[in-house]
Design a protein around this ligand. Structure first.
Ligand code: ADE
Length: 239
């Protein structure tokens, strides 16, 4: 999977992605992350890429042409026109299903805005997906792009080891993950639940499923509607 990030702050992307699990996948050749500096495509000698907005108002806007040229350079190298995600609070809110879908792409471009945004005309020409990472406003698209790349990467085969595998974790089946415990058996007077020490796998699975349901009902009741619960489990939630 090849990520291409159009940004005014390429070092932010490189520093953020070259560590931990994504860093390991980059070294293994499963992922690549290319940060393209939009400023390299400025068409004036001061490398200026922003200007005042027509109609007035506060702040500067990123101009269309440098963004367009930066994307065209990526498309030319890739030999196709990859999907372009524009990070904006005005987009569809990102979720696990979108991460799974996007992980199927071979190339994915992220366009990071700054200042007051980007000239609408270039967005109309190149953007395929408008995506927000939540209902709050950040200073730029770089952190949201990294959030998305991190979560999409986890869905790319080979990025997680078997031990890290995403199958039983939160959002699988629209339930949150059950609580987990490690040594010691007792800490601050709190004991590890008996059933987990029993070695009885069927009982452990049953307990974990119940705990997932209880936790989801308490913390994210909105998710339960989408979870696939049996009638018995629904009754259990309603208690
Ligand atoms: N840019 C600024 N805020 C954002 C958000 N919440 N999601 C995506 N991009 C953004």
């Amino acid at each position: 999977m090849n990520f291409h990030v159009l940004t005014l702050f390429p070092e932010m992307i490189q520093n953020g992605m070259n560590t931990s699990i994504t860093g390991r996948a980059i070294n293994a050749g499963i992922l690549s992350v290319e940060a393209v500096n939009i400023r390299d495509y400025a068409f004036n000698k001061h490398q200026k890429v922003d200007d005042y907005t027509y109609g007035g108002g506060a702040g500067m806007l990123m101009q269309a042409e440098p963004v367009y040229l930066a994307y065209e350079a990526i498309a030319q190298k890739a030999g196709k026109r990859p999907r372009v995600v524009y990070l904006t609070p005005q987009g569809q809110v990102f979720n696990q299903q979108m991460a799974r879908d996007m992980a199927k792409e071979e190339d994915l471009v992220f366009l990071c805005g700054h200042y007051e945004g980007i000239d609408e005309r270039v967005l109309e020409e190149i953007v395929t997906d408008y995506v927000s990472i939540g209902d709050y406003v950040l200073t730029g698209g770089e952190l949201p792009a990294m959030v998305m790349m991190d979560s999409i990467s986890r869905m790319v085969p080979g990025v997680l080891s078997n031990q890290e595998s995403g199958e039983t974790e939160s959002f699988a089946g629209n339930l949150l993950e059950y609580p987990q415990y490690s040594r010691p058996e007792e800490w601050h007077g709190k004991k590890v639940p008996e059933v987990l020490m029993s070695g009885h796998h069927a009982n452990i699975e049953k307990w974990r499923r119940e705990q997932s349901i209880i936790r989801t009902a308490k913390r994210r009741p909105d998710l339960l509607k989408k979870a696939d619960l049996t009638n018995k489990e629904w009754n259990f939630v309603r208690q």
